[in-house]
Design a protein around this ligand. Sequence first.
Ligand SMILES: Cc1cc2nc3c(=O)[nH]c(=O)nc-3n(C[C@H](O)[C@H](O)[C@H](O)COP(=O)(O)O)c2cc1C
Ligand SMILES: CC(C)CC(=O)C(=O)O
Length: 362
Amino acid sequence: MPATDVLPGKRLSLADVEREAATVLDPVHADFFAGAAGDESTARANLAAFERIRLRPRVLRDVSARSLATSLLGRPNSMPVLLSPTAFHRLAHPAGEPATARAAEAAGVTMVVSMAATTRLEEVAAHTTRPWLQLYLQPDQDFTRHLVRRAGRAGYGALVVTVDSPVFGRRERDHRNGFHDLPGGLRCENLVDDAGVLRDIVMDAGLTWDAVARLRETTDLPILLKGVLHPDDARLAVEHGVDGLFVSNHGGRQLDGAIATADALPGVAAVVPQGFPLIVDGGVRRGIDVVRALALGATAVGIGRPVLWGLAAAGQDGVREVLELLRTELDEAMALCGARSPGELGPDVLAPHLSAPTGGTA
Ligand SMILES: Cc1cc2nc3c(=O)[nH]c(=O)nc-3n(C[C@H](O)[C@H](O)[C@H](O)COP(=O)(O)O)c2cc1C
Ligand SMILES: CC(C)CC(=O)C(=O)O
C-alpha cells in the first residue's frame, strides 16, 4: 500500500468534518445548518440520488497528466466546485465569511456570498477574487438596486438570484428549538440600510419573470437563477437572458418532496444551450459526486453544508480542508474513470440505464 498520511484523528472525508463540527457547534445552531423543510425527505433524497448513480469507467487511457481546472463565467477556477451561498457564517465560527472567503481564495474557487451574510459584502469581497452575490429580490426594488450597485462597486462577478423561496420553508427543527433570531451581536449586515436601520429579508411571493427582466435591464453583471428544477423554467430563464442556472432545491430547505437535484439535472441540461453554465448543488459530499454531476451535464457543483462544517471545525483551515479533500477525491475519481480533465467527463461514463440511448453501443 502506498504510504498515506493516515494519522489518528485526521479528517479523511467530509463526513469526518461533519462529525467534528457536531462536537463543537451549539446543538441549536447545528440543527439550523443540518435541518431541512418538513420531513427532510428531499435533503435525504439529494444524497441518495447521487449514491444511486453507477459509473462505467474507461481504462487504458493514459491519465498520468490531469487537470481539474475549469472556467466559470470567465473566471478561472482550480476545479469545478464552488461555495454555494449559506447564511450566517459567524454562527459557525467567529471568523465568519472573511475566513470562508480566504479559504476559497487559497483553493482557487468561487465563493457565492449569501445576502444573509453576517459580514458586509464589501468586506467579504476584500478577501477573495470576484465572488458572486446571492440575492432574494426584495419587494422594495430600490433596496435591491442599491445592493446590486454595491455588488458592482465591490467587484462581484455575478448575481445569483434565488427563485425557490416565494415563502420561507418550514424547518421544524428551528421551530422546535425556538431558533428565530441571531444571537447577540450577529446580524444580516447587508440588510442594514444607509440610515443604519436593519431590515428583514422578505421572501416575496409576488415575484414573476418580470422581476428577472427588470433586473436584466438594471445591471450588466451576469445573472444566474438559483433553485430551478423544471426544464420549462430553464427554457424561460434562457429566454430572459439569464447567464447560468443553479439546479438546486436549496438543500431540501424549501419544498420538501422536491425532486433530488441529481435527478433533475439531466432534464435541465437537455434544454439549455451547449456550454451554458449549469451548477448543481444539494448532497455533493465526495469527489465522485462531482464526477457524477459533470457526467450528467453540470458545468460545476456547489457545496453548502460542508463549508459550514469546515468553518465550525477549524475556521479558514477547515473550509480549506473540505475543499482539498474534495479536490483529492475528484482527481482520483477522474483518473479511475479514465478522464484527464472535467471536459472529458460525459454520459459515456454513466452506467447504461442512466445515459441516453446511443444507438446500441450501451
Ligand atoms: C444553513 C444554510 C443556509 C443557507 N442559506 C442560503 C442563503 O442564504 N441563500 C440561498 O440561496 N441558499 C441558501 N442555502 C442553500 C445553499 O445555497 C445550497 O443550495 C444547499 O445548501 C446545497 O445543499 P448541501 O447543503 O447539501 O450542499 C442555505 C443552506 C444551508 C444549509
Ligand atoms: C436565513 C435564510 C435567509 C437563509 C437560509 O437559512 C436558507 O436560505 O436556507
